[in-house]
Design a protein around this ligand. Structure first.
Ligand code: FAM
Length: 435
């Protein structure tokens, strides 16, 4: 057994009694109330999900297994001569809660290498799709098409389902998927945008390095890939992609069905697609200005015009966060170091100066500060990845790290099928005393 699976098995054994005790002895303890506005308004703030993979504090931002983003970047082992950690070591952290040694991270690099071959029928399906299909449609279709590979589904069909050991099948599916996703993403990119010129993997490289290589983008894009996948991995369980993946998995659907569904949720413009929307929006008003970098006044007008036409400012606001997203800050620090004079970076910085005040003046958004998507596109654009409808696929590869770790633990702790209760409008009116 690999070190990762071995350590994970021990952690699961240690954790299970905690969940059992809470359920058996403290199941009636109340942790949340639900108001009418929460029932109508997308369940904001209702505490009804459990995860130990990450936690999102409204003011501090995300912690992965208790570590802040700067701590994760500092503590995890890194490939020789690189500033950003192994994505593989980060996956080890998400699954086990432990910071791996360099050797343990490299063991995962090797595991992924063995599992990375994309089945030919997936390539065939991708090639049959219209080339103008959105890359997220291609990405989700490829994941769904591979469902026949599921170890979990096969064993379930053969009557081998065992609630104590079924996490192992989920783990196998998660590892197989995670190993293939960067390859699928890069294949879609080269097929769709680069004259159908896929690049063979280089297995001497780690996941980030190999992804940059298969995309055909020179270093330091490998560093960008590592940073980007880690930053986008997980944002606790209530966001659309994480919650969808968890919900679908709760029906004992396997990792392929579950992840494909989660990726579909990520493709919505209020969620992951916002990163492509940001650049589209910026370019739109730069086009209107004849390609010139706008002045502060022009920018203020563009922001107001967008709001007055009933649209949201992409990359700003958040359902939980109430401060600048530390994932935004992390990317900003990268830009300050590597591309301080890049005009698009300056423009994104100008937006940071302008948008929060305007959103506050408008008085609707609860959080006027930028989220992760406000910055993602700039770095990609700088390194030549200008096809911005591909950006959400990058987000999806990263997000898979978090949601696959989560559904592995869902199985380990035996979380049941999800089934909240709905009420009618009549019932709400009765509860409110107006009927
Ligand atoms: N621009 C304009 N209006 C905004 C806004 C923004 N960036 N963010 C929120 N609002 C409005 C919102 O539309 C709502 O208006 P109505 O009352 O007319 O419906 C009002 O402010 C209250 O919304 P909220 O409670 O502050 O936010 P929600 O929790 O409902 O929604 C977001 C959260 C992220 C969907 C919302 O802020 C938004 O649409 N932002 C722009 C899109 C975006 O950047 N999404 C990416 C989020 C990111 F973190 C991710 O998932 N990757």
């Amino acid at each position: 057994m690999s070190t990762l699976k071995d350590v994970l098995a021990k952690k699961i054994d240690e954790h299970r009694p905690r969940t059992v005790k809470l359920l058996k002895e403290h199941g009636d303890v109340k942790i949340s109330d639900v108001t009418i506005s929460q029932a109508i308004g997308g369940m904001r703030g209702v505490k009804s999900l459990v995860t130990d993979i990450s936690y999102l504090d409204p003011y501090e931002g995300i912690r992965f297994r208790g570590y802040t983003i700067p701590e994760v970047m500092e503590k995890l082992p890194k490939p020789e001569g690189k500033d950003y950690p192994y994505v593989e070591g980060f996956f080890y952290l998400l699954l086990t809660g432990d910071i791996p040694t360099k050797e343990q991270a490299e063991e995962v690099v090797e595991e992924f290498r063995k599992r990375s071959q994309i089945p030919q029928y997936v390539i065939d399906i991708l090639r049959t799709m219209p080339r103008d299909s959105h890359p997220m449609t291609m990405f989700s279709s490829a994941i769904l098409a591979m469902q026949r590979e599921s170890v979990f589904a096969r064993n379930y069909k053969e009557g081998k389902f065992n609630k104590f050991t079924c996490w192992e099948d989920m783990y196998e599916d998660a590892m197989n998927l995670m190993a293939k996703l960067p390859h699928i993403g890069a294949y879609i990119y080269r097929m769709k945008y680069k004259g159908d010129t896929p690049i063979e993997p280089d297995f001497s490289l780690d996941l980030g390095g190999n992804f940059a290589h298969m995309m055909g983008i020179e270093p330091p894009y490998d560093e960008v890939a590592r940073m980007y996948f880690i930053l986008h991995s997980d944002h606790e369980s209530g966001n659309v992609s994480a919650h969808t993946t968890h919900l679908v998995a709760s029906a004992l659907s396997d990792a392929y069905y579950s992840l494909s569904a989660g990726i579909d949720g990520l493709a919505g413009p209020l969620h992951g697609l916002a990163n492509q929307e940001v650049l589209g929006w910026i370019q739109n008003f730069m086009d209107q200005l004849g390609g010139e970098v706008p002045t502060k006044e022009q920018l203020q007008k563009a922001v107001w015009d967008t709001l007055n036409s009933g649209q949201v400012i992409p990359g700003y606001g958040h359902a939980v966060l109430r401060k600048t997203d530390p994932r935004y800050t992390s990317q900003r620090e990268y830009c300050q170091k590597h591309l301080p004079d890049y005009p698009l970076f300056k423009l994104v910085s100008m937006l940071y100066d302008v948008v929060p005040d305007i959103l506050r003046e408008q008085g609707k958004a609860k959080n006027p500060w930028p989220n992760v998507d406000a910055h993602s596109g700039v770095i990609q654009w700088y390194y030549g990845l200008v096809e911005y409808d591909f950006y959400t696929v990058l987000f999806g590869i990263g997000r898979a790290l978090g949601v696959l770790a989560n559904i592995t633990w869902d199985r380990a702790l035996g979380y049941p099928i999800e089934r909240p209760k709905s009420v009618t409008t009549d019932m709400l009116e009765e509860a409110a005393g107006i009927k």
